[in-house]
Write a protein that binds this ligand. Structure first.
Ligand SMILES: Nc1ncnc2c1ncn2[C@@H]1O[C@H](COP(=O)(O)OP(=O)(O)OP(=O)(O)O)[C@@H](O)[C@H]1O
Ligand SMILES: [Mg+2]
Length: 364
């Protein structure tokens, strides 16, 4: 799939902008702070309904304005689709439309436009907190499977209610047996989410390993799903929750479930979060993104769009070449860079490309 065009209105530092893209390579050039990342952020939002930089839509509204609007036209294998997202500051409301039809839920948008984003913050993925890795997993899965987001939202809701209940028992406002009614729903959702994640990761791990091998043949880099439930079914989880109950009541939090999961990166069997060098972390993240792209492409039958924000300046020649290999293929890509970014490698891809220069929220 590829994005034919996009419109940004009062989004970040853009006032009113329309851009027509190339189905292949799009180079977005400009000095620092001119609006390159903002443009990719708009495309990411049209894919996932959220920004990759903030949880607050108010940050996205151009200073002094009341709402933002972003839209794009996506060209898919057999048809095109129009995606629109708008947010009103006053009403604190975000709405999405698909080819003109308002959606009852924002999450229905996910999976229409699939993107893989690689930005400098991702380089923290290996050594950073598990939350970032779970987020990666969830965005990946939500693009892969319709219904995953809904189930995850349900899980989070039930867990929050269960936690409220634990605190009320702690303060003796609830009797302990109230918890049982939450436990069953909770266990069902927890096991289901874990199963989905486990199956996907088992499938994904060999592809990750192969990409890592291609980028850096020196060490053996693998990835593993580290699962809080460790293969438990609903019945064994319920039993486990019973034994954990006194501790959970004291802490007021649920101690077992997919919200505690992690992705483990291993270098020759050792935990990368503890031992990886800068270069090894870069290899791991790059392999993760390239494998995600290839996996999405094969599973959905269409290549996702690749968004590369500022990563060229962060990678060495070998890793750059691995990226260029992908960009030369059928994938539509957006690559940002400043005047100083060495983009020579790109010129050799042979694919037609479009160059854009961004200046103070204007694309030229
Ligand atoms: N809500 C907003 N309203 C108006 N301007 C904003 C808003 N949010 C951010 N900006 C402005 O957008 C600019 C940053 O844009 P962006 O992050 O896209 O820069 P960039 O071109 O990617 O720069 P760099 O090369 O440093 O990464 C800043 O000047 C910032 O002040
Ligand atoms: Mg930027």
């Amino acid at each position: 799939m590829w994005i034919e065009s996009a419109i940004l209105q009062d989004f970040r530092n853009y006032t009113q902008q329309r851009v027509d893209f190339s189905p292949h390579l799009n180079l977005i050039l400009g000095d620092n702070g001119e609006g390159k990342t903002n443009l990719l952020e708009a495309l990411f939002l049209l894919s996932t309904t959220r920004s990759h930089r903030t949880n607050q839509d108010k940050d996205l509204v151009r200073f002094g304005e009341q709402f933002y609007y972003v839209g794009c036209k996506v060209n898919k294998k057999n048809h095109t689709e129009r995606i629109e997202v708008g947010y009103s500051l006053e009403r604190r409301q975000k709405i999405a439309k698909l080819s003109g039809v308002p959606l009852a839920r924002l999450s229905e948008l996910i999976g229409v436009l699939n993107v893989v984003l690689f930005s400098p913050e991702d380089l923290e993925l290996v050594k950073g907190s598990p939350g970032g890795r779970r987020r990666f997993l969830d965005i990946f899965l939500s693009q892969l499977r319709r219904g995953y987001v809904g189930e995850l939202q349900q899980y989070n809701k039930v867990m929050a209610q269960r936690n409220d209940c634990l605190r009320l028992i702690q303060s003796r406002r609830f009797a302990e047996d109230v918890l049982c009614s939450w436990d069953e729903q909770y266990a069902k959702l927890a096991v289901s989410i874990s199963n989905i994640r486990r199956q996907m990761m088992e499938d994904f791990a060999p592809q990750f390993q192969a990409f890592a091998q291609r980028i850096s043949g020196r060490e053996n880099l693998t990835v593993k799903y580290s699962e809080s439930l460790a293969g438990m079914d609903e019945i064994s989880l319920l039993r486990r929750l019973e034994t954990l109950r006194p501790g959970e009541i004291v802490r007021g939090t649920t101690s077992l479930g997919p919200h505690r999961d992690d992705i483990l990166f291993l270098i020759d069997g050792r935990q990368a979060s503890l031992y990886a060098s800068q270069g090894q972390q870069r290899t791991a993240v790059l392999a993760l993104k390239l494998a995600e792209l290839s996996y999405l492409q094969h599973a959905t039958g269409e290549a996702p769009v690749l968004l590369l924000d500022d990563v060229f300046s962060e990678l060495d020649e070998i890793r750059k070449e691995a990226l260029v290999g992908v960009i030369s293929g059928e994938v539509q890509s957006f690559v940002t860079g400043t005047r100083d970014t060495d983009l020579n490698l790109m010129q050799g891809t042979g694919n037609p490309m479009k160059r854009f220069v961004v200046e103070q929220g204007r694309v030229m």
